[in-house]
Write a new protein. Structure first.
Length: 370
């Protein structure tokens, strides 16, 4: 007896659900890469304890001051090395539920002057990070005092594609205690109560007059049917020790994959004119397989329709193109009305493999000074 259409429909839906589940389990098994050398250790810094007590309300950003002396991040000559970790092959991260908070607008970030495009600078300076100042009045290039924002949490919705659509959540936390900082980026694919895969990347270091000075970078990847994968980078005073044990000279102003986003936020807060279309920013990045200079181009301001509401944000894109076997790239949209925080990130492994993070709710912050 031939089954009617309505009777066949539940069976078809069940088969589709089973196929999708099996595909995601396969994705989780394929996602995590093998360990990179012996860089993983059990001596990772403890997470700074923070209570988030208020919601950051958008405020109108001040217009940039007239261009005067200009500050440029020190750039370092590229070094030859293998490709950086790949997008969905490395790690993702686990999230926690957001806390209930009271809404409180915070003061606007300091205004900044306009900068010229920054060319790649040859040579690899070694030593503490510094900013090269160009212009007739070098001493007046930036405000004498800068108040770092309190500890901040940003939650994102995650969509993407890796041999099929993927969904998940992401969280970025900026934590500080005195002059010590931590940046944590967590990504999860699948349901929060039982993720198929997760990755956590962390940066730990010091806050200095030249921005962030990382001391250690950690990655941890978890996936269904795979062992936990960990790796670490030690950023010592004079050398950068990669997970393989290879040591390279520490360039001035070097950042890691987690700290770079907060360093960019600091640069944009100190010099908001850097967010004008056509500007360029370059600095060295310590990646698991190399230390290399990355150049970011500032594109147009866009009105983003985020789950947190419409937000004006400036699009910043790495000059490198994402391609199979190459470096993982991350485009970022910074919102001047939200203390120049990133409200959208587009992370690419190649043209067809990507993760897109969109701000889910307004950021949460600790009490001032925390």
């Amino acid at each position: 007896m031939k089954r009617s259409g309505p009777m066949r429909r539940p069976l078809a839906l069940a088969a589709l659900a089973l196929a999708v589940t099996l595909a995601h389990l396969w994705l989780a098994a394929e996602w995590a890469p093998p360990r990179l050398g012996d860089g993983a250790t059990d001596e990772r810094p403890r997470t700074i304890a923070v209570s988030f007590v208020r919601e950051l309300a958008p405020v109108a950003a001040r217009a940039p001051a007239p261009a005067a002396a200009r500050v440029r991040p020190t750039a370092v000559a590229p070094q030859t090395a293998a490709s950086a970790p790949r997008l969905l092959e490395p790690e993702t991260i686990q999230t926690e539920p957001a806390l209930a908070v009271e809404r409180a607008a915070l003061p606007d970030a300091p205004a900044l002057p306009a900068l010229p495009a920054l060319p790649d600078v040859p040579g690899v300076p070694v030593g503490p990070p510094a900013l090269a100042v160009a212009g007739p009045e070098p001493a007046a290039s930036a405000p004498a005092a800068f108040e770092w924002p309190p500890s901040t949490r940003l939650d994102y919705r995650l969509v993407g594609n890796f041999r099929g659509p993927v969904l998940g959540r992401a969280r970025v936390e900026w934590l500080r205690s005195g002059t010590r900082y931590q940046v944590h980026l967590e990504l999860t694919i699948g349901p929060s109560f039982s993720p198929l895969a997760s990755r956590r990347i962390s940066s730990d270091g010091e806050i200095t007059a030249q921005g962030l000075r990382p001391r250690r970078y950690d990655e941890e990847t978890r996936a269904v049917m795979r062992d936990v994968r960990q790796l670490s980078i030690a950023l010592e005073p004079d050398v950068v020790r990669l997970p393989s044990g290879r040591e390279l000279p520490r360039p001035a102003g070097v950042q890691d994959s987690a700290s770079q986003f907060v360093q960019l936020t600091w640069l944009f807060t100190m010099q908001p004119q850097l967010l004008q279309a056509g500007e360029t920013i370059a600095f060295p990045l310590a990646l698991p397989r190399q230390v290399d200079v990355w150049t970011y181009d500032v594109l147009a301001t866009e009105l983003l329709d985020t789950p947190a509401g419409p937000i004006n944000a400036v699009h910043v894109k790495p000059r490198r193109e994402a391609k199979a076997g190459g470096d993982l790239t991350a485009e970022v949209w910074f919102a001047p009305s939200l203390q120049y925080l990133p409200v959208r990130l587009l992370i690419r492994q190649d043209a067809d493999t990507y993760l897109e993070l969109s701000l889910e709710r307004l950021p949460l912050q600790a009490a001032p000074g925390r």
